[in-house]
Write a protein that binds this ligand. Structure first.
Ligand SMILES: Cc1ncc(COP(=O)(O)O)c(C=O)c1O
Length: 550
C-alpha cells in the first residue's frame, strides 16, 4: 500500500514572504548549498535503488487500488510538505509504482534506459529556464538550436558545405524545428505541405488564412489524401483530423509479406486518383523508416522516385529509425531518405533523450515559410525568434540536450547502440526459430521484431488441418499469446508488449503477436533467452489447459 503522510511535520508549515524568498533566492550559505546537493543525491541515487528493484508493471498493487489513493481533488491552503519530504515521498511511495523502463528486461516499448548524463543535461535546461519562442528569452540557445538542426539536417540530406554555411544561422530560413514529440513533428510536416498545396492566388489568401472550405472551392478540390501503408503511426490520422483533411482521407495501403508498403498498390492508387478523381489532391506520400509495430523500413528509394515523377510531397516518418543514419554499418537501410521533402525524427527514441523531444526537417529551407506566424510583441519579421516557424509557442531549450549528447557520444557512440539493437534483434530472431514452440512473425530489419508462442504440437495440427481447423488453431493461438503476455507482465520480471496484425488463414483474420524492441544496450542474448524460458514456463504451468479447448 502507499504510505500516506509519512512525514507528519512537527511545526505547521506556513506560506509567507520569508519562506518564499528562500525558495526563490540562491542558497544563502554553505549549509543551504549542502542541503540542495543532498536533495540532488537523493534524486539520483534514491531513484537508482528503485531502478534496480522493479521491472515493468508489477501487480503488487492494482491500478484500481492505486487510483483510490489519488482522489483528493482539493488544493491545500497551507503548505503540506518540505522539499525533502516531497522527494522522499516520491522515491519511497510513488516511484516504486512507476514502470522501470530502464530495466534490460523491459523490451516491450520504444522507451528505455537513458545514458546517465541525460539527467544532468535536462537539469541544466530546467535551471536556466530558457524559452526559445523568442530571442529575448533565449539568446544563445536559439542560435545553438539552429546549429543542431543543421547538424541533423546534414546527417539526413548531406548537402554541400556552402548550403549549411548559408543556412545554419540564416534568420529567414529554417532547416527544421523542434517539437514536443513525433506526433507534432508529423503534424508540422503535413501542415507545411497542406499550406504549400493551397497557396494564395487571385484574391485568395491561402488555406491557412481562409480555411479548408475556401481553399477547396478556389482550387476546385473535393478532398485531399495522405497515402501511407497500413503500418503508419496513428499520429498521421491525428494530423489529418486537426488539419481538416479528415481521418478517412488517410488511405492505408497494403503491405507486402515483409510489412513494407506494397508499391504496386501505391502506383495503382495514384494512377486511379490522377485518371478518375480530378477533384482529389494527394497531400503527401509517407514512407516509414522504422514502423512502430514491426520496425520495418519502406522502400524509400522507390517511394522517392514515385513522388518525384508525380510531384508529390514525400514525407519520411523516421521517428524511430532516423538515428540509424549514424551507423556506418546500417545507414544504407534508410537509403532514399535523402530525397524526402520532410522527415520526422524523435529525440526521445533512438537519440536516448529524456521525454520528450520531436523534430521535423525539411529539404527546402523555405518550406516552413508556409506556416510562419508573426506578432507585434515577439516573433517579429526578420528576427531569430524560433516561434515564427513552430507549432509550439513557449518551448524549452531541448536542443541543448541533443547538442551536448552528440558531443558526448559522437556518431560512433550512437552507432554502437544502433548496431547492438539491430544485431541483438537478429540473434533473437534466430533463437526464436531455433526453439520449437515459437514462431517468428516479422524478421527484424532494425531492432524490433514480432513473434508468437506456437507450440510444436499445434504446428503439426495446423499444417495438416483443413481451413476450419486452421482457423480454430489460429484463434486458440491468439488466446494463448494474449494470456501469456498478460501473465508475464503481471509476474513483473520482464516485459514484452503485444499487438495485432491483420494476418491469418483468412484475409480478415487478426493475429495476436508479441513485440520486442531492443534499444537498451544492457539487453543481452542471455537476458532474451531468459525471457523466452519464462514464456515457455508460463505456457507449460499456467496455460496448457487452453490447448484442449475446441
Ligand atoms: C513511426 C512513428 N511515428 C510517430 C510516432 C509518434 O511519436 P510520439 O509518440 O513521440 O508522438 C511514433 C511513436 O511511437 C512512431 O513510432
Amino acid at each position: 500500500m502507499l504510505r500516506k503522510d509519512s512525514f507528519p511535520s512537527k511545526k505547521p508549515l506556513v506560506a509567507n514572504w520569508e519562506t518564499l524568498s528562500k525558495v526563490f533566492l540562491q542558497p544563502e550559505n554553505e549549509e543551504a548549498k549542502t542541503t540542495l546537493i543532498k536533495y540532488m543525491e537523493q534524486i539520483l541515487f534514491g531513484l537508482h535503488e528503485f531502478l534496480k528493484k522493479h521491472v515493468g508493471i508489477t501487480e503488487e498493487i492494482s491500478l484500481k487500488e492505486l487510483a483510490e489513493n489519488f482522489t483528493d481533488t482539493h488544493i491545500h491552503r497551507t503548505p503540506q510538505k518540505k522539499l525533502t519530504e516531497v522527494i522522499t515521498d516520491l522515491i519511497q511511495n510513488v516511484a516504486p509504482h512507476a514502470v522501470n523502463v530502464a530495466s534490460p528486461y523491459f523490451v516491450g516499448h520504444m522507451t528505455s534506459a537513458l545514458p546517465f548524463f541525460m539527467v544532468h543535461l535536462k537539469t541544466i535546461t530546467a535551471a536556466l529556464n530558457q524559452n526559445v519562442v523568442k530571442i529575448e528569452t533565449s539568446k544563445v540557445f536559439s542560435i545553438l538550436e539552429k546549429q543542431v538542426l543543421a547538424k541533423i539536417h546534414r546527417l539526413i540530406f548531406s548537402f554541400e558545405d556552402s548550403f549549411y554555411k548559408t543556412h545554419v544561422q540564416h534568420t529567414d530560413t529554417a532547416l527544421g524545428c523542434f517539437t514536443e514529440n513525433g506526433t507534432l513533428a508529423n503534424l508540422t510536416a503535413f501542415w507545411a505541405s497542406r499550406n504549400h498545396l493551397f497557396p494564395p492566388c487571385n484574391g485568395f489568401d491561402g488555406i491557412g488564412t481562409e480555411g479548408v472550405h475556401a481553399a477547396y472551392q478556389t482550387y476546385s478540390v473535393d478532398r485531399c489524401v495522405i497515402l501511407v501503408s497500413r503500418r503508419g503511426h496513428y499520429s498521421i490520422k491525428k494530423a489529418a483530423g486537426v488539419l481538416g483533411i479528415g481521418n478517412n482521407n488517410v488511405i492505408a495501403l497494403d503491405v507486402d509479406s515483409n510489412q513494407r508498403i506494397d508499391l504496386e498498390h501505391l502506383r495503382k492508387t495514384i494512377q486511379d486518383i490522377l485518371n478518375h478523381q480530378p477533384k482529389t489532391r494527394i497531400l503527401a506520400v509517407v514512407g516509414i523508416a522504422g514502423a512502430t509495430e514491426t520496425g520495418t523500413v519502406d522502400p524509400l528509394m522507390q517511394l522517392a522516385e514515385i513522388c518525384r515523377l508525380h510531384r508529390i510531397h514525400f514525407h519520411v516518418d523516421a521517428a524511430w529509425g532516423g538515428p540509424t543514419l549514424m551507423s556506418e554499418k546500417y545507414r544504407h537501410l534508410l537509403d532514399g531518405i535523402q530525397y524526402a521533402d520532410s522527415v520526422t525524427i524523435d529525440g526521445h527514441k533512438q537519440f536516448y533523450m529524456p521525454m520528450s523531444c520531436g523534430m521535423v526537417y525539411f529539404k527546402d529551407p523555405h518550406a516552413l515559410e508556409d506556416v510562419a506566424y508573426h506578432a507585434n510583441y515577439i516573433v517579429r519579421q526578420g528576427s531569430v525568434d524560433l516561434g515564427i516557424r513552430s507549432l509550439s509557442g513557449s518551448r524549452e531549450a531541448n536542443s541543448v540536450v541533443l547538442s551536448s549528447a552528440l558531443d558526448i557520444m559522437g556518431t560512433e557512440g550512437y552507432a554502437l547502440l544502433i548496431d547492438h539493437g539491430i544485431e541483438t534483434a537478429r540473434w533473437f530472431a534466430e533463437e526464436i526459430e531455433r526453439r520449437g514452440d515459437f514462431e517468428l512473425v516479422s524478421r527484424p530489419e532494425l531492432n524490433i521484431l514480432l513473434y508468437r508462442l506456437f507450440p510444436a504440437a499445434l504446428k503439426i495440427a495446423y499444417d495438416c488441418g483443413n481451413q476450419e481447423e486452421k482457423r480454430r488453431i489460429h484463434h486458440q493461438l491468439n488466446a494463448i499469446n494474449q494470456r501469456l503476455q498478460r501473465l508475464q507482465r503481471e509476474a513483473g520480471k520482464s516485459f514484452v508488449s503485444r499487438t495485432t496484425l491483420q494476418k491469418g488463414p483468412m484475409e480478415k483474420d487478426e493475429m495476436v503477436v508479441l513485440r520486442v524492441v531492443i534499444m537498451n544496450p544492457m539487453t543481452s542474448p542471455g537476458i532474451l533467452s531468459k525471457i523466452l524460458d519464462e514464456q515457455e514456463l508460463i505456457y507449460r504451468e499456467k496455460i496448457t489447459g487452453l490447448n484442449q479447448a475446441p
